[in-house]
Design a protein around this ligand. Structure first.
Ligand SMILES: NC(=O)c1ccc[n+]([C@@H]2O[C@H](COP(=O)([O-])OP(=O)(O)OC[C@H]3O[C@@H](n4cnc5c(N)ncnc54)[C@H](O)[C@@H]3O)[C@@H](O)[C@H]2O)c1
Length: 289
């Protein structure tokens, strides 16, 4: 069995997949970025070009490294052709269990026996897709953070049936990307970093809803006392209040925990279509003065 990872396929060329593919190509891997929509691939190429060119202009990367990465990176809708050559497939398609299970079952058919199949999902733990394949021991979560070209942390989350060797290989892979692997011992929806963030967010919303402090003052405390670059309400506006709302619903669906349900003020904003920066209004109004 081949243990060396040389060829990486990233499925889904949205926010996460496009940058994960760029990270792999920059680290020297022969990489293919796949989507079902050509226009999405065109957009990914445009956005990555702009981003990497800006990095070169600002002196954060060498032009030769970026050019070499483009040489190693293929953008394609022909998933099966590239999957047949892959040592590692990173799935970063939409957060939908049915779609992910179909993708994993189909990948299992076309990928070589040794190929590792991992998911970048933030909430869908890999045991929920592993049993759609005949290789659950080679499946886990490999969770990058947004923006993947910048953020250091990558969480590695095995399910009960993941082979410890798969985990070791993912640790080595993450290190080879110049990033920091954070290992979990067992799976839990949301993993570690997002759960820490959610705990802070939940407390912040509770304090606000209880009338203890205005949301702006809670943000001020997080920035000036805790040294956070942004307060929890500012961060919600950046991530999208719709995303926060839907993640809570998904967590509730997985755990049955009533505490996971979105709180009153989040639900009100979601129902009013006030999603944050993307709609011009969330907790704050945009553009902010
Ligand atoms: N956005 C984030 O901040 C973030 C952070 C960490 C993890 N994640 C996870 O990463 C995954 C992707 O999130 P995103 O924000 O990049 O989504 P996105 O909506 O930006 O992109 C998803 C892409 O997948 C494509 N796609 C859909 N079905 C496909 C299929 N069968 N094969 C190939 N491509 C397909 C879509 O066309 C789209 O281009 C999700 O599982 C999400 O939970 C997201």
């Amino acid at each position: 069995m081949s243990t060396q990872i040389r060829t990486v396929v990233v499925l889904g060329s949205g926010t996460m997949g496009s940058q994960i593919a760029a990270v792999a190509a920059l680290a020297g891997y022969t990489t293919a970025l796949v989507d079902i929509k050509q226009e999405q691939l065109d957009r990914a190429r445009e956005q990555l070009t702009a981003r990497l060119d800006r990095d070169v202009e600002k002196g954060r990367r060498q032009r030769a490294d970026v050019d070499a990465a483009w040489e190693r990176l293929t953008l394609t809708t022909d998933r099966d052709a590239v999957a047949a050559e892959a040592d590692l497939v990173i799935e970063a398609a939409v957060e939908d269990l049915t779609i992910k299970r179909t993708i994993f079952a189909e990948l299992d058919e076309v990928c070589p026996e040794h190929t590792l199949l991992v998911t970048n999902s933030s909430n869908i733990v890999s045991s929920r897709v592993a049993d759609a394949t005949g290789r659950p021991d080679r499946v886990c979560n490999l969770h990058f953070f947004n923006p993947a070209l910048v953020m250091q942390c990558v969480e590695i989350v095995p399910h009960e049936g993941t082979d410890p060797q798969t985990v070791e290989r993912m640790v080595a892979f993450v290190e080879s990307l110049g990033k920091t692997p954070v290992r979990l011992q067992r799976e839990i929806p949301g993993f570690v970093a997002n759960r820490l963030l959610n705990a802070l967010r939940r407390e912040a919303v509770e304090l606000y809803e209880a009338g203890v402090a205005d949301f702006k003052d809670i943000d001020l405390a997080a920035r000036t006392a805790l040294g956070h670059p942004m307060g929890p309400f500012e961060l919600m506006d950046l991530v999208g209040i719709d995303v926060v709302y839907l993640i809570r619903l998904a967590e509730h669906e997985q755990t049955g925990d009533a505490d996971a349900l979105p709180s009153r003020s989040i639900t009100e904003k979601y129902e009013a279509g006030e999603y944050g920066r993307k709609t011009g209004r969330g907790w704050y109004e945009y553009p902010r003065p």
